[in-house]
Design a protein around this ligand. Structure first.
Ligand SMILES: Cc1cc2nc3c(=O)[nH]c(=O)nc-3n(C[C@H](O)[C@H](O)[C@H](O)COP(=O)(O)O)c2cc1C
Length: 329
């Protein structure tokens, strides 16, 4: 028998496959099915700080005419959204035995961080902060943006002692340094990386449209490289997200040093039953290569553990082609 269990952020997972935050985890029924199909944990759909604040502001401008009324609406909106979310956490916890990780999409450190306490009280096993501050303002310096991330972590940590994961994008000027600096904060996990709607242009209609929201298997090398580079240095656990569509991509990221993976697109495309197929692929690979546990392959091919560490830093095609033709490299 193969032991697929892993430890991520202090949680014991029966295997490394977590279903990532998305519409896939928005109801208790869906979460029960994901558990039945083999998911080791779920990250609930994100509750949006921005959305909550925005809704309140819109209501303020259209209806509320004085401060007292605004305060009432503002608090009601927050309570209402939070109430549904808290109910989802409680009901999911009662219905499944796998860890339930809550998720908050956040872009600032004020006005919402006490929600973390309520999420904790509702019984969530951990909290994932889905942070993306679009670095689109040409006057905003990189270090100022990073400071926002640190401030959010500090504020949230004041309100809860459950494990905190931070899910980020790769849009940082010094990505390795930022990942390291995040990992030494009071967090337990980093999820590399989130995937976002990107604008595209429809040439027939000559208009801006959202591009495909789902990843493809070719995207799997994106988290792989950064997990391999950082898993020896980061002071918290790393989980891989983006482009993981089969069991082999799970194994690759574990070999690179990930403690777990988060998947969404593969389930949107193939249905929850795909988790079972991925788990079979993992065990058949382990059998073929004589590995009994996930623990013994974790980090086996991290940058520090391979003979030629430069392989993870190689980026120029010229080098690629010369190495493809040279046996010396
Ligand atoms: C339809 C959809 C909705 C998503 N919603 C969220 C969300 O609410 N919060 C979040 O942190 N990530 C969200 N994600 C990102 C996924 O959790 C995941 O990180 C990303 O899609 C990359 O993984 P994948 O390649 O397996 O899809 C969403 C992804 C999809 C496709």
């Amino acid at each position: 028998m193969h032991d697929l269990s892993t430890r991520y952020m202090g949680l014991t997972l029966k295997n490394p496959i977590i279903v990532g935050s998305s519409g896939l985890t928005r109801s208790v029924e869906d979460i029960k099915l994901l558990e039945k199909e083999g998911a080791a944990a779920v990250v609930l759909k994100s509750i949006f700080e921005e959305q909550i604040l925005m809704e309140s502001k819109e209501m303020q401008s259209s209806h509320a005419t004085h401060a007292e009324e605004y305060d009432y609406i503002y608090n009601y909106t927050r309570q209402h959204d939070l109430g549904d979310y808290i109910k989802l956490i409680k009901n999911a916890k009662a219905a499944v035995s796998i860890p339930v990780i809550a998720s908050i999409n956040c872009i600032s450190s004020s006005g919402w961080t006490e929600f973390a306490e309520k999420i904790h009280q509702a019984g969530a096993d951990a909290l994932e902060l889905n942070m993306f501050i679009i670095p689109a303002d040409h006057t905003q310096r990189g270090e100022d943006i990073e400071q926002i991330y640190f401030d959010i972590i500090n504020e949230v940590r004041k309100h809860t002692s459950i494990p905190i994961a931070v899910k980020i994008s790769y849009f940082f000027s010094g990505l390795a340094n930022t990942i390291y600096n995040l990992s030494v904060r009071k967090i337990n996990g980093l999820v590399l990386f989130n995937r976002f709607y990107k604008p595209d242009i429809d040439l027939e209609r000559i208009m801006v449209v959202p591009s495909d929201v789902y990843s493809t298997p070719g995207d799997e090398t994106l988290p792989l490289q950064w997990i391999a580079l950082l898993s020896d240095h980061a002071k918290c656990d790393l989980a891989a997200s983006t482009g993981i569509h089969d069991g082999y991509a799970v194994i690759k990221n574990i070999l690179a040093g990930a403690k777990a993976v988060e998947i969404a697109s593969a389930i949107y495309k193939n249905g929850p039953g795909h988790i079972g197929i991925m788990l079979k692929q993992i065990t058949s690979w382990m059998e073929k290569h004589n590995f009994a546990t996930i623990r013994e392959i974790t980090g086996k091919l991290s940058q520090k553990n391979i003979e030629n560490p430069v392989l993870y830093e190689r980026s120029q095609f010229m080098k690629y082609f010369s190495s493809a033709t040279s046996s010396a490299e």
